[in-house]
Design a binder for this molecule. Structure first.
Ligand SMILES: NC(=O)c1ccc[n+]([C@@H]2O[C@H](COP(=O)([O-])OP(=O)(O)OC[C@H]3O[C@@H](n4cnc5c(N)ncnc54)[C@H](OP(=O)(O)O)[C@@H]3O)[C@@H](O)[C@H]2O)c1
Length: 342
């Protein structure tokens, strides 16, 4: 009788303690394993997925002290493409909120996404949230890289995002028409004014990155670039090695190549999936974040994809497997199909 009472008390204690504060009891990997082992029904699995939510995303820290979570949310195709569309607003707003509830803090957007509407979606999604807990990046389009254009664009972006500062502001790509010196001075001025905490670039080749680093009074903390298992331009052009050596983070965009990496799964990927008990999306994401100075951002408005993508972090492929995938992943291209490094 006494044993039965003790057993009951033990069961109640374990059950309540895990449902109240699971993170303090279980490591991330243990929680993932628990989810996997719960083959007993969708409801139970959902319950345990909820206990994973609110996870702390690991961060990558530079020697300069700048840090970014190794996984963030992209917003390209939210709010339209080149022009605004409100068709999927409800789903996209919910998608951003779910990502934040799941523990994502880095949200990446740009003034050009949906002609500004992606920023409005983010602004709506974060309304009422603790701004300090979020890290918001936006980008200024090449045609606005002037001393007048950059502050004007930044103020419009802040208004759409309903915030009074950006954590990170990037030159979206190298401008062939506006002088880089003027653009960098304008970015520096935004930091001085407190409208922007950090500055960086995107789609910059090694030489232009070096030039930007020489011109700035503040630090170029990152270069956001197209990089994944199949798109290897940054390796080919020495940018990866340069950034790793010179304390610049690479924010790898399009980690699942918009889903294409998941459609036709090559044998090498199948083997990795079996070895690590992960999906192709999780291997693709992990291959990026397991490398020095690399973080990534993936866009999704789909809760199932979000869960899957989050399973790509919190663990690491071995050095050997990272290099095997680097060498043998089939169909590699050495120039981005989005925008070549400028
Ligand atoms: N600096 C630049 O020039 C530049 C260029 C491109 C992108 N970016 C940034 O980088 C972010 C990420 O890149 P991206 O959006 O182009 O490509 P991505 O993240 O590789 O792929 C996003 C697409 O894949 C789908 N997806 C995501 N996870 C999935 C999963 N687990 N299974 C199946 N489908 C999945 C999404 O659809 P669902 O919503 O249905 O999940 C979406 O259509 C962008 O959103 C943007 O913020 C920057």
């Amino acid at each position: 009788m006494l044993i039965t009472v003790y057993s009951l008390l033990l069961v109640v204690f374990v059950a309540t303690s895990q449902s109240i504060r699971p993170h303090t009891f279980l490591s991330f990997q243990t929680r993932l394993n628990l989810v996997k082992s719960l083959e007993g029904g969708i409801q139970q699995r959902e319950k345990f997925w909820c206990s994973i939510y609110g996870m702390d995303i690991p961060v990558k820290k530079l020697k300069s002290g700048f840090s970014l979570p190794e996984f963030g949310l992209g917003t390209w195709q939210m709010g339209g493409r080149e022009s605004a569309s409100t068709t999927n607003d409800a789903k996209d707003i919910a998608g951003v909120r779910s990502a934040i509830e799941a523990g994502i803090t880095h949200i990446d957007t740009a003034e050009s996404y949906g002609d500004g509407h992606a920023e409005e979606i983010v602004g709506e999604a974060i309304r009422g949230m603790n701004r300090k807990k979020l890290f918001i990046t936006s980008k200024v389009s090449e045609e606005n890289h002037t001393c007048v254009g950059i502050p004007a664009s930044c103020k419009k972006t802040l208004k759409r995002l309903r915030t009074d500062y950006l954590d990170l502001y990037l030159l979206h790509a190298f401008s062939t028409t506006c002088p880089l010196k003027e653009a960098i001075e304008a970015l520096d001025a935004l930091v001085d004014e407190g409208l922007v905490k950090h500055i960086g670039v995107s789609n910059f080749g090694k030489e232009h990155l070096k030039e930007a680093q020489k011109l700035t009074r503040h630090t170029i903390v990152c270069n956001q670039v197209h990089y994944n298992l199949s798109v290897r331009e940054i390796e080919e052009k020495g940018l990866l090695a340069y950034c790793q050596k010179n304390d610049v983070l690479l924010v790898a965009y399009r980690p699942v190549q918009k889903g294409k990496l998941l459609e036709e799964v090559p044998e090498i990927m199948e083997k990795m999936c079996v070895k690590y008990e992960k999906s192709p999306a999780q291997i693709a994401i992990n291959w990026l974040v397991s490398q020095q100075n690399i973080v990534t951002i993936a866009k999704t408005s789909d809760p199932a994809h979000l869960k899957e993508n989050l399973g790509g972090i919190g663990w690491n492929l071995t050095e050997g497997d990272i290099e095997l995938l680097r060498k043998d992943y089939p169909g590699q291209v050495f120039i981005s199909d989005v925008i070549a490094l400028g």
